[in-house]
Design a protein. Structure first.
Length: 468
């Protein structure tokens, strides 16, 4: 949305520029990411050329314009203070915390939220998202290691003094000028930059690593380096197949639902984490190594209603239960077959998904609808207007994440031996206290977007109260 002062830069524009600069920085740090972008671009272009219906859908929803710049990043912070300040940093860019994700059931010692824009108009300008996880130090079962990790994290400052000044200035004044927004972007990038010098000795790193590789990744470095940036593809199965032709090694299975004619929610894959040289604090050169950063690709589908999510979860759980083990290279084909079998119960066309209230949609007045204004008495009921051809609909794109899929991506890059059975429950209240704000409910956001589109159709057709 527009800033209060006309001299201030729109937060969505700051977000757009920050996303671009972060992508450029990550491409320099991880050249393989550039190869991945090239592959995704080629496949997207091929899909658009071969599928006029897909192109028409993206044009109608406005997603075609944002497709090439679509990214999501992921970071892991170590303390409540870092989490709170990162929330304030993202707020400068019009990004708010959406959803609570507990990854401990999948053996990953974090809980998370996703920072993103929340209004459809802002999302069309820039859909940049950052999946942000907070390390749960209480899950370190070795008391000495837990204390060491806490003390190490307490000593670091992941934000530059200038970016902290600009965050406070933005909060006080309601925005940033062009000059200040450019400075903010450059200063904020430093938080996410990769540092080859660790803050711990090689022995200390090993102790952290033995607890969990992710714990070492969070604690042992100067800041929450961006550990992946994710472009959006229109055909993730093609990406999965063609990655090896570009000398990119994919993970074993695509996370999320199986391939469908009408994609739902989110499908994700990645290339294996890189082994990068690092210098521990007791070393003069980069004699050590660390594995964490990887490349991820996603294909986004329709946002599902509570009813749709319940059905999705039931089918996914049934699939995982039948497999009885973590999906890996050995059982990848079998897992795919099991998924497809169970998900055959989920309707695979937009009309059934719409009529059964399984997904959220955006409604549009058709040319026929506008023509009918002058010479026809039109219905005031949404269903009748759709049946008459006066209104059409397209599914809302899913803007968020899936806990099981996120954990699957993490685990594939941490190694199967990283799985841990944590005997602790999720704690959204504690997470929100650390965050300094409540996380927004993503389903309510989709419902609001759908409602706004219905109201807009009613206004265009001169219907005072369009009945859904």
């Amino acid at each position: 949305m527009q800033p209060k002062n006309e001299n201030f830069v729109n937060p969505s524009e700051i977000r757009t520029q920050f996303s671009k600069h972060m992508s450029d920085m990550y491409r320099e740090e991880v050249p393989l990411y550039g190869d991945l972008l090239s592959l995704v671009e080629d496949i997207n272009q091929e899909v658009l050329e071969k599928s006029p219906n897909t192109k028409a859908h993206l044009e109608r929803t406005g997603e075609l314009k944002r497709l090439s710049m679509e990214r999501h990043g992921a970071i892991r912070v170590g303390t409540p203070s870092e989490l709170s300040t990162i929330r304030r940093l993202f707020a400068v860019m019009g990004m708010e915390p959406v959803g609570y994700y507990d990854l401990t059931p999948a053996g990953v010692p974090v809980h998370s939220t996703a920072f993103r824009a929340i209004h459809e108009e802002d999302l069309q300008i820039s859909p940049f998202r950052v999946f942000t996880s907070l390390l749960r130090l209480e899950l370190i079962d070795n008391g000495e290691t837990q204390k060491f990790a806490a003390n190490t994290l307490a000593k670091r400052q992941i934000f530059t003094p200038r970016v902290l000044e600009l965050i406070e200035q933005c909060e006080l004044n309601g925005g940033l000028s062009q000059v200040d927004s450019e400075t903010f972007i450059n200063e904020a990038l430093e938080t996410f930059r990769w540092h080859k010098t660790a803050t711990v000795t090689s022995d200390e790193y090993i102790k952290l690593h033995d607890q969990h590789r992710l714990i070492a990744d969070v604690v042992a470095f100067k800041g929450p380096h961006i550990n992946h940036l994710t472009p959006r593809t229109l055909d993730i199965d093609q990406v999965q197949t063609q990655m090896p032709t570009r000398n990119i090694t994919p993970k074993a299975v695509v996370e999320g639902p199986p391939r469908r004619n009408c994609p739902i929610l989110l499908r994700q894959t990645s290339f294996k984490a890189l082994q990068e040289k690092v210098a521990f604090s007791d070393q003069d050169s980069e004699a050590g190594s660390h594995t964490a950063r990887f490349g991820e690709i996603e294909q986004r589908g329709a946002a599902l209603t509570p009813k749709g999510r319940t059905l999705y979860d039931e089918l996914l759980n049934a699939s995982r239960s039948e497999l009885k083990e973590f999906p890996n290279e050995e059982n990848a084909q079998r897992y795919t077959e099991i998924l497809e079998k169970h998900f055959s119960q989920f309707p695979d066309n937009h009309k059934e998904m719409h009529d059964q209230n399984l997904a959220y949609f955006r409604y549009f007045v058709t040319d026929k609808g506008y023509e009918a204004l002058n010479n026809t008495t039109i219905p005031t009921n949404l269903k009748d207007l759709i049946d008459a051809g006066y209104i059409e609909y397209e599914p809302l794109v899913y803007e968020d994440f899936l806990p099981v899929s996120a954990a699957g991506i993490f685990q594939s890059n941490l190694g199967d031996n990283a799985q841990t059975d944590y005997k602790i429950s999720s704690n959204q209240t504690e997470f929100q206290n650390f965050l300094g704000a409540e996380v927004l409910n993503e389903l309510a956001l989709y419902a609001n977007t759908q409602k706004r589109s219905i109201i807009k159709c009613g206004e265009a057709l001169n219907i005072a109260q369009l009945k859904a």
